[in-house]
Design a protein around this ligand. Structure first.
Ligand SMILES: Cc1ncc(COP(=O)(O)O)c(C=O)c1O
Length: 393
């Protein structure tokens, strides 16, 4: 059967692989040879499942949003990752990776962060497991996500502001990789999305796949069927989307819709719509679509949302686009803001700005009344209150 999941060489179609400096070869090989054994072992599964249940609060609810459904003329279920401990889906992945890091005998954790959600999720599990934690964060993001910076510090992490490039997620990732190159023996790099060299995209997708595992069970209970007609998620690097679609991706009856950040408009020069604007290139160890100039220089992405302004995209998602398995929509800043206010007023749920991009896809689609739509609310809006308040002025 055709699968859209990773092949044995670490590729999704022509995307993926591990393009890394020599110094990291050993680390990445060790990880590649270990991750599946650990993730599939009974003892890991037991510890992971127990923490997801008792610490994170899973399963996250699948909520039938009645007023939103009436607005769009279909049945819309929200997968409430915003209700997880630390406020987003990111914690599913950090719990899994820190359990793996411990089993590999690593003592020092590094991470990159954009919106700060992955940084907070990493600092949280490091506090829980008593591990040293260093988080790289672009200076622009340090300023626009200051509450999350305070949280990371309170949790005991060291936050290192990065001042290269446009001082956002790409630059933070560069610095984290540099650190990893200098400390390959004791350091485990917890990547926050389905990006980076193989096996990271597959490992992160597997750890987040609990989202679609739960959706299947919950839909069966509520609708008497496992498969929705539509799955909708936002994409930065792609981890909440990967988790949402993982157990449905090989079923062509489920329409997958991925919302990327259109910024000020896809043709404005200020956008992060990587899938639509990107060309094949290599970024942070993976062969994938990259926003780049004609001579191959990575272009600075822009989005109102700190978690979506990444100039690359997970290789899994690049392949879903290339094979037309997924419909890719660009949702611009204003559309995302409007969608955030709409959800807040209709359902009493303030979403993260990233998740608001998934909601911003709804007006671009036309539904039948019988359609069952599952949309992942990847995080809550607390961290974005300054931006929301500014937009009301
Ligand atoms: C709440 C939330 N949703 C989505 C994203 C985008 O990441 P990904 O595409 O890996 O889900 C982020 C990234 O920081 C986030 O904080």
């Amino acid at each position: 059967m055709k699968t859209y999941l990773v092949n044995e060489e670490g590729y999704y179609g022509e995307f993926g692989g591990a393009y890394i400096p020599e110094i990291l070869h050993r680390c990445v090989e060790d990880l590649k040879n270990t991750y599946l054994k650990v993730l599939q072992s009974a003892d890991f599964k037991q510890e992971f499942d127990a923490l997801l249940r008792d610490y994170v609060g899973r399963p996250s609810p699948l909520y039938l949003a009645n007023r939103l459904s009436a607005r769009y003329g279909c049945r819309i279920y929200l997968k409430r990752e915003d209700l997880n401990h630390t406020g987003a889906h990111k914690i599913n992945n950090t719990i899994g990776q820190i359990l793996l890091a411990r089993r590999m005998g690593k003592t020092r954790i590094i991470a990159e962060t954009g919106a700060g959600q992955h940084g907070v999720a990493t600092a949280t599990v490091c506090a829980l497991m008593d591990m040293k934690c260093i988080v790289y964060m672009g200076k622009t993001d340090v300023e626009r996500q200051h509450v999350n910076v305070q949280k990371m510090k309170m949790l005991g992490a060291e936050v290192r502001p990065v001042t290269s490039g446009n001082m956002t997620l790409k630059d933070a990732t560069n610095e984290a990789i540099r650190d990893w190159c200098c400390n390959p023996a004791d350091t485990f790099y917890i990547i926050g999305s389905t990006v980076g060299p193989h096996p990271y995209p597959d490992m992160v997708a597997r750890l987040q796949s609990v989202i679609s595992e739960e959706i299947k069970k919950q839909l069966l209970e509520k609708e008497g069927r496992e498969n929705p007609d539509y799955l909708i998620a936002c994409v930065g690097g792609g981890s909440n989307a990967a988790g949402t679609i993982y157990h449905f991706v090989d079923n062509p009856e489920v329409q997958i819709v991925l919302a990327e950040a259109g910024g000020k408009g896809i043709d404005s020069g200020e956008s992060a719509a990587t899938i639509q604007l990107g060309r094949m290139g290599i970024i942070h160890g993976a062969k994938t679509l990259v926003m780049q100039s004609e001579d191959g220089q990575i272009e600075e992405p822009y989005s109102i949302s700190a978690g979506l302004d990444y100039p690359g995209i997970g290789p899994f998602h690049a392949n879903l686009s290339a094979t037309k398995r997924a419909l890719i929509l660009a949702v611009d800043d204003q559309e995302a803001l409007d969608a955030a206010f709409e959800l807040t007023r209709l359902e009493g749920i303030i979403p993260a700005l990233e998740s608001a991009h998934a909601l911003g896809a709804l007006p671009k689609l036309s539904f039948k009344p019988t359609d069952v739509v599952v949309l992942t609310v990847s995080g809550r809006g607390d961290k974005d209150m300054d931006t929301y308040i500014d937009s009301m002025k």
